[in-house]
Write a protein that binds this ligand. Structure first.
Ligand SMILES: [Zn+2]
Length: 409
């Protein structure tokens, strides 16, 4: 894979058989003009090239150009758990127990080196923006010194509630990363602390991120305050005797705590009923789908079509190698298209690019459009390149492909 970090003096006209702008229909025999680290024109090659003067022309021939991908939810510090866990077929608690145990066994060097490897892989597959969650910040300097953009969420786990949300400071002025606190889940963070984390983020215009409605055990715990999650909290000396179970679903619980709005990102949202959907439709939080992870643990499949009908913005995450065989946004797209055949390839690609970028706060990324940053991928598809726009998007998701080149800023 070739790559080029664009500089202000670069002025290029690049051509490919297909340009996928995301914000508009695919363009056959398209071209993009890049100047001063911005996309200035996108359109048909025969229309754009006449006006482009003093420009370096790069013809990528039989390729497809699209924006860099967004992996909106990872836990890089769990990368060392690759292949140490096999699918769990619905046993969420065993999975949690295994992750806790194996995580404790990992050395700091192992955590860092395995995260480095996953980052390298993510770059090679075309990811440009990452939403990473960590408990230790071991991976934070790797991220801040990488070509990626994104968010690092310092995850809070404390059901007892005693946690000091001190101002996060990290000296990396040129970093492309935003840093803030996130809450692990409704069953592992006390209600008051959940509200404190939301308020911390609201004051700083940051995204509030939380795993939510992932397993049936979570539903039982919030409805009755008992079950295997309560046992686990007791074992870990995290059970709070004063906790009064809200007696409602995770979505209703978060709504009752006033945590749902468009600056909240719900990870998973697998167990969502009709009433929950109405709440989501009204409060409009963002949703991050991690279907590969849901299938690996066996917790169920999120209602993506219903989320779309409710007008919710959806992005895609891989979650970690503790709950997925692969960390690949392409694989996630393929899985969504297999399990949810009524979701169009346009919609899936939008989730993996533009939506992820917008949700993580990168407004001029995730699409090929004048004024946007040229973080773009040139892909070689190992299949016949159709000349029909509908077919090309399906092929792009499902066919074997290789990144030939990437431009980035
Ligand atoms: Zn996660």
């Amino acid at each position: 894979m070739g790559e080029l970090k664009l500089q202000p003096y670069h002025h290029y006209l690049i051509r490919a058989k297909w340009i996928i702008p995301i914000l508009s229909k695919p363009i056959l025999d398209g071209a993009i003009e890049i100047k001063n680290k911005k996309i200035v024109k996108v359109g048909k090659f025969k229309e754009i090239h006449r006006e482009a003067v003093f420009v370096k022309f790069l013809d990528f021939g039989e390729t497809v150009i699209l924006p860099a991908l967004v992996n909106a939810h990872t836990h890089l510090e769990l990368s060392g758990l690759r292949s140490k866990l096999s699918p769990f077929y619905g046993d969420f608690i065993s999975w949690v127990r295994n992750v806790i145990k194996l995580k404790q066994e990992m050395s700091l060097v192992e955590i860092r080196e395995s995260a480095k490897l996953v980052l390298y892989h993510l770059w090679r597959e075309g990811v440009g923006i990452i939403g990473d969650v960590g408990n230790t910040a071991i991976t934070l300097d790797l991220l801040c010194n990488s070509p990626f953009y994104g968010y690092f969420f310092q995850e809070v786990i404390s059901f007892k509630g005693g946690y000091n949300l001190k101002e996060i400071q990290f000296k990396a002025p040129s970093s492309n990363f935003r840093i803030t606190y996130s809450a692990h889940a409704p069953y592992s963070v006390s209600p008051l602390l959940l509200q404190a984390i939301k308020s911390y983020n609201k004051k700083r215009n940051k995204l509030f991120c939380i795993h939510c409605a992932e397993s049936l055990e979570e539903i039982v715990f919030l409805k009755k305050g008992e079950g295997p999650l309560q046992e686990l909290l007791k074992e870990r000396a995290q059970w709070n005797e004063n906790f009064v179970p809200p007696g409602v679903s995770p979505i209703k619980y978060l709504d009752s705590l006033k945590l749902l709005d468009e600056y909240t990102l719900l990870i998973h949202a697998v167990h969502v009923d009709e009433e929950d959907l109405k709440i989501l439709e009204k409060t409009k939080p963002k949703i991050c789908i991690c279907l590969g992870s849901n299938l690996f643990i066996g917790v169920g499949i999120p209602k993506i079509k219903e989320f779309l009908k409710a007008g919710l913005d959806i992005c895609i995450g891989t979650d970690s190698l503790a709950s997925n065989d692969k960390i690949s946004v392409w694989e996630e797209m393929k899985t969504i298209s297999t399990y949810c055949p009524d979701i169009s390839p346009e919609e899936i690609l939008k989730m993996a690019t533009l939506n992820g970028a917008k949700i993580l706060g990168f407004d001029k990324m995730g699409a090929i459009f004048p004024g946007y940053y040229p973080n773009i991928l040139v892909l070689e598809i190992k299949d016949n390149l159709s000349e029909k726009p509908g077919d090309i998007l399906r092929t792009l998701i499902n066919a074997e492909k290789e990144i030939k080149f990437r431009f980035y800023v």
